[in-house]
Design a protein around this ligand. Sequence first.
Ligand code: HEC
Length: 203
Amino acid sequence: MMINRTAACLFTAATITFAAGVEAQTASPSAGLDDAAVQSTRAMANELLTQLGQKLKASLSAEGPESAVSVCKEASPAIAEALSAKHGAQMTRVGTRVRNPALGTPNAWQKEALAQFEMRLSQAESPTNMEYWSVVDTGNGKRELHYAKAIPVQAMCVTCHGTASDIPATLAEKIRAEYPQDQATGYSVGKLRGAAVISRPLP
Ligand code: HEC
């Protein structure tokens, strides 16, 4: 059974079926999810995004975008791993279109979260603080919290994720060389780039 709640927007329709064919049911506030668990998970997502953002900014200004590509490649997974270990959770980020297929491809639940976010964006909801979560029953009375926070495209992202006119030619070459399967270009500011995603056991 899945119980879904969205913070910024609680759907009144009883059931919403997403493109992926996953059914999500809305939950009443009394559905039993511990608010403290959501709050601490939200803080973990913010910690991940803050650390990634700081690292990216620092390396962009110190070394320029071409070196920052390597930083992104090595530092981003390392940051996510360190925080996962620190919090006893699985923390990572996924894309709506993906540069690193090994790390950035969403699973079924994460696809559902991204589809949710795209729908809410299309209804003019602000992407800032847009989040989505479910409590998933994993059997034997065990439960997991699955949480996603939207990652909107900001101005500094288009240097590496924008259209051909945003990405300098030598940088585009470097990205192509490192990520021959890159799909993560063509984004503009305000679009959904992906999500910070966390799954963690609930007591
Ligand atoms: C210097 C170039 C560069 C900039 C600037 C940049 N990225 Fe990336 N981005 C990358 C690279 C390289 C990867 C692949 C990292 C890896 O190997 O895991 C990536 C991967 C990602 C992913 C993981 C999903 C995927 O496609 O693999 C997300 C989400 C993401 N970037 C969001 C952003 C956001 C949001 C910004 C702006 C705040 C941004 N990026 C700015 C280079 C960049």
